[in-house]
Design a protein around this ligand. Structure first.
Ligand code: EPZ
Length: 429
């Protein structure tokens, strides 16, 4: 079967304004949450990406009707039934697990294929299960399927997450909203997408307080009191951060619009440390750079710490900085595959466990490279914009999972980049 690749050549600059799409890592959960409001919810600012398509198929498989109208989704969950979420969908996108909480909340039961790991790590769900167990959910595993039930109903409780897991916070929240009594989630994830989900849940009639802080408090309400709603997804801070790195890399000025700058405070601090000028408005951020890139140290952490989803993009910046940078990946156990591809383009990176020592070089060289995950893929394309010659990026389906029209947006900023269908004979590997 012919493969589609991204061919990118050294470009003069990345400059201009780009509209940021809705956040993939929020919209996926908002779609799942619509299971709780038995009727038609409308979700705006939903990105046109393949992960969303898969989540829509999950909902349809469960009995929902989903209609896409541009960047809006009409999700009617009236006829959702207590059905199995099949392996062929969960294996394509582990975020399908976000349907677990809403299904247990609505039916007191759920049967879902266990999500597998992926290139960046085991992606376990033990904390999801521990959190939901406190609320009365019992779990068993049967031939690769997770069976969840609440034989004595759902009741509030006190949950202390071992790690501020985004997914565990979300599933626990979406179960607790109908659990009788009061629930406290401590060491909750604080990502902006958690706040977005809580806002939609509250618009459906839930009582969630404290989202965005480490302690979230929930007052359970009857399922019958919940109703559909209309909600607009927040902007995608990781897409925005990816383009800002492009502007920092090439000089800019580059402006991202449709993003709340407070979502990227740590990334902005790091861009400034690396010699960039950054200005912000209510819903935009602009970056430019005149002087040379300066080295910095990056520690990925749960929000508001430095986002792991921008680690590859900033490692690229560090690879061209004048000096030595230390990148430490604390969130996932195996998220340095990007470094191995970057080294093929001439970067000087030494990997030591979850540390990467990056010595800046003067120039990267174009090469055939392959995406290991969507963020690494996006960073490889940016590397090709800066590198001498031509870079051919393979396995670009990773990028299409989370970036809407990435090539088109880069072209609008002046990148020499295009998508090309190649037959097997032309493969550059
Ligand atoms: C979400 O994944 C995002 N995905 C990830 O974005 C993001 O990198 C991650 O949060 C951290 O911000 C979506 O929202 C769809 P976690 P999630 O639970 O929820 C371990 C991207 O590029 N863990 O916070 O899976 C886990 O293995 C993707 O858009 C357990 O051990 O992240 C990981 O090492 C990549 N047990 C760490 O915690 C659990 O029960 C963080 O996981 C849950 C998690």
């Amino acid at each position: 079967m012919p493969e589609e690749v991204i061919v990118v050549r050294e470009s003069k600059n990345l400059t201009g304004t780009v509209q940021i799409s809705g956040a993939k890592n929020s919209a996926l959960k908002l779609i799942a949450a619509s299971i709780l409001g038995q009727g038609e919810s409308i979700i705006h600012n939903v990105p046109l990406i393949s992960d969303i398509d898969i989540m829509c198929r999950v909902l349809e498989r469960l009995g929902a009707t989903v209609v896409r109208e541009g960047h809006a989704l009409r999700v009617d969950t009236t006829n959702v039934a207590d059905k199995e979420t099949p392996y062929e969908l969960v294996s394509k996108m582990r975020a399908s697990i976000s349907a677990l909480g809403p299904m247990v909340a609505r039916f007191g039961h759920a049967r879902m294929a266990m999500p597998g790991g992926c290139q960046i790590g085991a992606r376990k769900i033990d904390m999801h299960l521990v959190g939901m167990s406190v609320l009365g959910v019992k779990f068993s595993v049967d031939h690769g399927f997770l069976e969840a039930s609440a034989p004595n109903g759902l009741h509030g409780g006190e949950i202390m997450l071992e790690f501020a897991s985004v997914g565990a916070t979300e599933n626990t929240m979406m179960t607790a909203v109908v659990a009788e009594g009061h629930t406290i989630i401590e060491n909750a994830a604080r990502e902006p997408e958690i706040v977005d989900l809580a806002n939609m849940l509250n618009a459906m009639g839930c009582k969630v307080q404290g989202a965005g802080n480490s302690t979230i408090e929930i007052e359970g309400v009857p399922l019958s009191s919940l109703h559909p709603c209309e909600h607009t997804t927040v902007g995608d801070r990781i897409e925005a951060g990816t383009f800002l790195v492009g502007g920092a890399l090439m000089g800019g000025p580059l402006r991202v619009e449709g993003i709340n700058p407070s979502f990227l405070r740590m990334a902005i601090i790091k861009l400034k440390q690396m010699g960039c000028t950054v200005s912000t408005g209510d819903n935009w951020i602009e970056v430019s750079r005149e002087g040379e890139l300066k080295p910095t140290d990056i520690q990925t952490l749960p929000h508001p710490g430095f986002p792991t989803d921008l680690q590859a993009q900033f490692m690229l910046l560090c690879s061209l900085a004048k000096g030595s940078s230390l990148v430490t990946e604390n969130v996932f156990e195996n998220r340095f595959m990007f470094a191995e591809e970057l080294m093929r383009m001439g970067a000087d990176v030494n990997l030591e466990g979850h540390h990467a020592v990056v010595e800046g070089v003067d120039k990267l060289m174009g090469a055939p490279v392959s995406c290991s995950d969507l963020r690494a893929g996006a960073a490889l394309v940016l590397a090709g914009v800066a590198a001498e010659g031509e870079t051919v990026v393979h396995d670009i389906y990773h990028i299409d999972r989370g970036y809407e029209d990435y090539v088109g947006k880069l072209q609008s900023l002046g990148a020499d980049v295009k998508r090309v269908k190649v037959g097997h004979s032309d493969v550059w590997r």
